[in-house]
Design a protein around this ligand. Sequence first.
Ligand SMILES: Nc1ncnc2c1ncn2[C@@H]1O[C@H](COP(=O)(O)OP(=O)(O)OP(=O)(O)O)[C@@H](O)[C@H]1O
Ligand SMILES: [Mg+2]
Length: 296
Amino acid sequence: MTATIDSELGMTEVELNPLCVPVERLARVPEPATGYVSRTNALGLNRSDFDVLDYAHRHAYNVLIEGPTGLGKTSAVIAWAARNGKPFYAISSNVAIDPSQLFGKFVPAGLGGFRWQDGPLTDVVRYGGVLLINEINFLPERISTVLFSLLDARREITLLDHDGEVIAAHPDLLIIGDLNPDYEGTRPLNKALRNRFAIQMVWGYDDAIEGQLIRGTSLHELAGLLRRAQRDGDVDAPVSTGMLVEFERIATGLGLDAAVANLLNHFPTDEERKAVAVVVEAMADNLATDYAPKGA
Ligand SMILES: Nc1ncnc2c1ncn2[C@@H]1O[C@H](COP(=O)(O)OP(=O)(O)OP(=O)(O)O)[C@@H](O)[C@H]1O
Ligand SMILES: [Mg+2]
């Protein structure tokens, strides 16, 4: 239920709760994602990430995105929500999460009374928007089983702590879960949960995207060498798109030495740092050319 009110910004559409009181939404429309580079082969060839999310949104299909850390899963969802003006909320899953952190709880409301306050998941289900469930494989069973009815054809949640209130999902709702692949030591995703995602995309680090985000050809080569070292088992941690973007920013802002030191610090063991340092050393001249201080 919405109403149009006269606010400082002119006429604004606001959500109303069932008692017709304007609602302070937890989910917010993200700022436009100006630097986002869309993935062109998100599902098979020639289907962009936005094409797939548009389609899923139209048909109320849930979407699962699987891929290693720092390749743009969260960025893609935020960029889509921003482009379409949809309120967005991301939930971080962990095994110790309390249901009230997602569904809501009773809070003191003066004069010794209490009132119900929706949690972020309830907010998006009730009023619509984009719900991203990060690392969905880490959701404890006591929560994922409550989500089963939201993720299948019923599209509803039951708030056990709120007198069993049943909320039919808002028609303008897109639910996305993401997870890292098994080889990163994560928990496998429960089959019943996985089957509730009609659309499942598996993404890898993408040369075309990195080609647009990063100017230094030496950094592309370095990434290729470090990824090969990871495949060969010399280093455990993957070099992510995010790390490359950071490297270039730091090289430009604080200098190449700082960027290299920062890169090495991303690898947790001395052994890995040494292996990475050897690869960086082999590229040192080219990196110095690409990231020479301005005016040098
Ligand atoms: N397509 C892209 N366009 C612009 N920036 C990107 C893109 N992909 C990755 N990045 C950069 O990489 C960083 C990490 O991306 P993001 O947080 O979206 O990765 P992720 O896949 O969600 O990682 P995680 O699994 O660790 O949550 C971003 O902050 C951004 O700088
Ligand atoms: Mg993420």
